[in-house]
Design a protein. Structure first.
Length: 237
């Protein structure tokens, strides 16, 4: 009996869900498109500023923008999303590094792309704070080890919604930038979807590594970014 009531409640809830046609119309509405343009311009502006850094040469940009119905779990779970639709953007940008990474990182700092890691009130990196350029430079200078010989944590740069990383094949914590996931076929998933790579026939990370020696990536992560859930449709109660 209780299961029957639960199924009746689930059926009623599902009947209140907007159709995919209506959600698709909302995902392409003037309001959604306006917010989409703002967020995309923010991303492309940061990419342009990083591309202008001496010692970095653009290899590939993978840009993705999608709107979908959030996962709400099963009828027995209580994690229903407050949204009927969410739209988010993500981008991964790859660069070849001309010269030594320790020469390029200070120029990345000078470009003021982001406040990387924890900083004090005057904008200086906090001592020993991971995620900062100071820490990354120390990591390379000391070959990834503290004075007692123990391993230092990864030196990737972090800022709200951003993460920067690079090849470190000759250091204790080996790391190589991998090729991006190919864009899915058009219309294969979601209510709204855009995905592109520029250039379309870009070289692989292996080829870029052979040409430049080091590959660096900038990822626009969902968490902490205004591009995450830049447009949402509330669920009707």
């Amino acid at each position: 009996m209780l299961l029957a009531f639960a199924l009746v409640g689930l059926t009623a809830a599902c009947s209140r869900e907007p159709s995919e046609e209506k959600l698709r119309a909302q995902a392409t509405s003037p309001v959604a498109n306006s917010r989409r343009e703002v967020e995309e311009q923010k991303i492309r502006t940061l990419i342009e500023r990083l591309t202008a850094v001496e010692g970095l040469e653009h290899v590939l940009t993978r840009f993705a923008d999608s709107c979908a119905k959030p996962y709400n779990g099963s009828v027995f779970e209580s994690n229903r999303s407050p949204y009927a639709l969410t739209c988010s953007m993500q981008a991964d940008v790859y660069f070849g590094v001309r010269g030594d990474i320790t020469d390029v990182l200070p120029r990345v700092r000078a470009a003021n792309i982001a406040a990387w890691g924890l900083q004090d009130d005057e904008g200086h990196d906090l001592p020993h704070a991971a995620g900062t350029i100071t820490y990354a430079l120390t990591y390379h200078r000391d070959h990834g080890r503290f004075p007692d010989g123990s391993l230092m944590s990864e030196p990737q740069l972090e800022a709200p919604g951003l993460r920067m990383d690079w090849d470190r094949p000759d250091l204790p914590l080996h790391y190589r930038i991998e090729d991006p996931t190919p864009c899915p076929e058009a219309g294969s998933d979601g209510i709204y979807q855009r995905c592109s790579t520029v250039p379309k026939t870009a070289m692989s990370m292996t080829a870029a590594r052979a040409r430049y020696g080091t590959v660096l990536s900038l990822s626009f992560d969902h968490w902490g970014s205004t591009a995450y859930h830049y447009f949402t449709v509330p669920r009707r109660k």
